[in-house]
Each structure stands twice: as structure tokens, then as C-alpha cells.
Write a new protein. Structure first.
Length: 223
């Protein structure tokens, strides 16, 4: 029980560990971000404000970018992200869905709608969004990470581990810096499976990436 409660606290963001899907996003695949230099300037200002955690100013700048170029998908996605960080889930959802309508192959918005639905505890809807992202890109590490978190919250640890290991595999293929978060997740999942050896292995891997992990989790794994 103590493992479950602490792991849920970690999953829900009550532990001092930063999970992925929280950094600004730039999607470079099937479209040109914008042809408008003016929109790009507004977008870059929004990105700077976002990095400074000035979410009201970031929102204002991304909205200006969209008002100039109504098809600026990156601006829609980052506007949704800024609203999410400002704890306005309804507005975040509005802009993610607008992004999906304009660009159905946009995996960023699909993944982030998965995050929104997880936060609302609509796990079936969240799974559908993650599955749609994976259908677009079968090696979408962030989508597999989202499924790992979803199954963990649903207490389906075998499925969480399965998706967590796929997350690790695809993060490794792209040298993604978010792999440290994945290692922490896997360490806790193995602990819940009473597999101390693998739990300690992934704890060491997480620490080797420079992850700052609360001492109570370290003690729990190593006890």
C-alpha cells in the first residue's frame, strides 16, 4: 500500500520530479510552421515568456501569432500548453482540439489531449488519443510514456511496464533527454512488482542522467 500511495503522488505531480510533456513543443514534419515573419516574432516572444514561466504573457503572444496566421499549428499547440500550465484545462483543451481539426496528423496535440484526459481521469479517452498518436508514429516515445502513466494510474502494472519499456527503447533511439523521467517511472513500476533488482537498476540509470530524486524514493527502492 505504501508503494502505491507514494507512486500515485509521484504520478500526480506531488513529488519533485519533472515528467515529460511539459516543455514547449515544436513540430517539424509535414507542414511549414508559418510563412509570416510577424507571426513568427510573436511566437518566439511567447516561447520566451513560457520559458520564464510567465504564462499570461505567453498566452497573449501565442494568441497574437494565431491572429496573424490562423493555421500556425505550433502556436496552437503551445497556446494549449501555456493554458495547461496556467491551470486552465478547458482553454487548453479548446486549442488542442482546434489544432487537431486543422492538422489531424499532429501528434503533439493528440498526445497533449491524452494528458488532459488523464488529468480529468477520463482514461479511456486518454488511451484513444495516445493510440491515435502511435498510429501516426509507431515509435512515438511520448505517447508510450503517456500510456505508461495512464496504466500506472489505472493500477495495471504489467501494461504500464510494457509501455514503459517501449518508451525507454524509443527514447534511446533518439537520445531524448527525457529518458531520466522514464527511468524513474520504471524503477517505481518494478518496485511495485517486487522486483528489487530491476528497480535498483533503473534508479541508478536515472541518477546517472542527473535526475533529482526525492530521498524517500531512493530509500524505498534501496531498503
Amino acid at each position: 500500500m505504501k508503494y502505491t500511495l507514494l507512486f500515485l503522488a509521484l504520478l500526480l505531480g506531488n513529488a519533485p520530479i519533472c515528467f515529460c510533456q511539459t516543455a514547449k513543443v515544436i513540430q517539424n514534419d509535414l507542414y511549414a510552421p508559418t510563412k509570416s515573419e510577424e507571426a513568427r516574432v510573436c511566437y518566439n516572444k511567447g516561447s520566451d515568456y513560457f520559458e520564464q514561466q510567465n504564462y499570461p504573457k505567453a498566452i497573449q503572444s501565442f494568441e497574437q501569432a494565431i491572429s496573424i496566421d490562423n493555421n500556425y499549428i505550433d502556436a496552437y499547440d503551445n497556446l494549449g500548453l501555456a493554458f495547461r500550465h496556467a491551470d486552465n484545462l478547458d482553454s487548453a483543451e479548446y486549442y488542442y482540439l482546434a489544432s487537431i481539426r486543422k492538422y489531424p496528423k499532429g501528434s503533439v496535440a493528440l498526445r497533449n489531449m491524452g494528458v488532459i484526459e488523464v488529468m480529468k481521469k477520463n482514461y479511456d479517452k486518454a488511451k484513444d488519443y495516445y493510440d491515435r498518436a502511435i498510429a501516426i508514429n509507431p515509435k512515438d516515445a511520448e505517447a508510450y510514456y503517456g500510456l505508461t502513466r495512464l496504466y500506472s494510474l489505472s493500477n495495471n502494472i504489467p501494461e504500464a511496464l510494457k509501455n514503459g519499456l517501449l518508451t525507454e527503447q524509443y527514447y534511446k533511439e533518439t537520445n531524448d533527454p527525457n529518458i531520466g523521467d522514464c527511468y524513474v517511472m520504471l524503477a517505481m513500476l518494478y518496485l511495485m512488482q517486487h522486483d528489487k533488482s530491476n528497480s535498483q537498476k533503473y534508479l541508478r540509470l536515472a541518477q546517472n542522467t542527473g535526475m533529482k530524486i526525492d530521498q524517500k524514493y531512493i530509500d524505498m527502492i534501496n531498503q
